[in-house]
Design a protein around this ligand. Structure first.
Ligand SMILES: NC(=O)c1ccc[n+]([C@@H]2O[C@H](COP(=O)([O-])OP(=O)(O)OC[C@H]3O[C@@H](n4cnc5c(N)ncnc54)[C@H](OP(=O)(O)O)[C@@H]3O)[C@@H](O)[C@H]2O)c1
Length: 315
């Protein structure tokens, strides 16, 4: 699979990262293993989970996704070929929300245990914690890097100014710094003023920030396909995405998809990969057909003219 650089790490990661959020809850073990195998057979190595996945799903209490990935890696003996990302910061079970030093250390140990690995390749602060001084959280994350429990750190659901503050503190104090941001991002723009609390969507300010750090920082996108809403009649596009330019964007999206004989989902994934700087989309799937469709987005080349039309679509 094509790869892209991950921030300033010097690592190349798969251009499509596989989200494992519902593996072990909504998707049972057999299906989850089969979908993971399908992604790996396509050359993918970059897998995303979190300590809390998926405590809100029926029968879930959190930790199911990490534990399933651990069993799958053991069964396949493939840990060394993979780049595993997990996260800390949101509440689950008796663990409160936050990034206090003790919580970060304890949750990292639990994630390593559930995953059955010695080192997490990418450890995200899943959300900002404005009650713990940012330096304390960064020192705690840096300690994990120094201890070899974590290789790189990233942020998720952060405001641009908070990322810049974290960057400044890491730089001044010689601490590990966030190499990337994982944020809610799709082709449609949310209605102005829309909040997805506790999630944060990419806005123009964030795109400006990410562009200013194109050499050392990477944007990754989650909920890219809006749960399949772009193509599924059973799942209308959420009201939050009915922004002033949404009809115009949907029209261009569908026109570009038709011109290439591909699905709107594939155009969105390709649009992110062709953006400047490129955005790494997270894909998720609950069937082989969905996975195949999403992976095939890698074969779609968008010309500068297509990119211009997609970017310029207005009401
Ligand atoms: N950092 C964060 O705060 C955060 C938040 C959310 C997610 N994430 C990460 O991002 C990953 C993806 O998030 P997401 O599930 O919200 O992504 P999404 O792309 O919005 O939704 C994925 C779902 O869309 C449907 N789908 C996928 N491909 C499809 C296709 N080709 N055609 C039709 N339907 C399709 C499937 O729904 P059905 O299974 O219902 O068929 C699939 O489970 C997660 O696994 C997780 O790793 C991170």
């Amino acid at each position: 699979m094509r790869t892209l650089p991950l921030g300033n790490t010097g690592e190349q990661v798969s251009a499509l990262c596989l989200g494992a959020m519902y593996f072990g809850t909504r998707q049972d073990e057999a299906l989850s293993f089969a979908l993971l195998d399908q992604y790996v057979e396509a050359g993918g190595t970059f897998i995303d989970t979190a300590n809390i996945y998926a405590h809100w799903a029926a029968g879930g209490q959190g930790g199911e996704s990490e534990a399933l990935l651990g069993r799958w890696m053991r069964a396949r003996g493939n840990r060394d070929q993979l780049f595993i990302a997990t996260k800390v910061g949101f509440a689950y079970q008796d663990v409160p929300r936050g990034l206090s030093p003790q919580l970060v250390e304890d949750e990292c140990n639990k994630s390593l245990e559930r995953l059955g690995i010695d080192t997490i390749d990418l450890y995200y602060a899943h959300c900002d914690d404005r009650t713990t001084p940012i330096r304390e959280s960064l020192v705690a994350l840096d300690k994990l890097v120094q201890a070899g429990k974590v290789r790189y750190i990233g942020g998720s659901n952060y405001a641009a100014w908070r990322l810049e503050r974290a960057h400044a503190v890491s730089k001044a104090d010689g601490l590990a710094s966030f190499c990337c941001l994982q944020q809610r991002y799709t082709y449609l723009r949310p209605k102005p003023g829309t909040a997805f609390d506790p999630q944060l969507a990419v806005n123009d300010d964030m795109l400006d920030y990410v562009a200013s750090r194109a050499d050392d920082f990477t944007l990754l996108a989650y909920s890219v396909l809006l749960s399949g809403s772009y193509t599924r009649d059973d799942r209308p596009i959420q009201e939050q995405y009915a922004g002033p330019d949404s009809d115009a964007r949907l029209a261009v999206l569908r026109a570009v998809a038709d011109e290439h004989g591909v699905s709107p989902n594939q155009v969105i994934l390709a649009w992110m990969l062709h953006s400047d700087p490129p955005v790494i989309p997270l894909i998720a799937a609950s069937s082989h057909a969905q996975m195949a469709e999403n992976l095939a987005a890698l074969d779609l080349t968008l010309t500068p003219e297509h990119m211009q039309r997609l970017n310029a679509a207005r009401a």
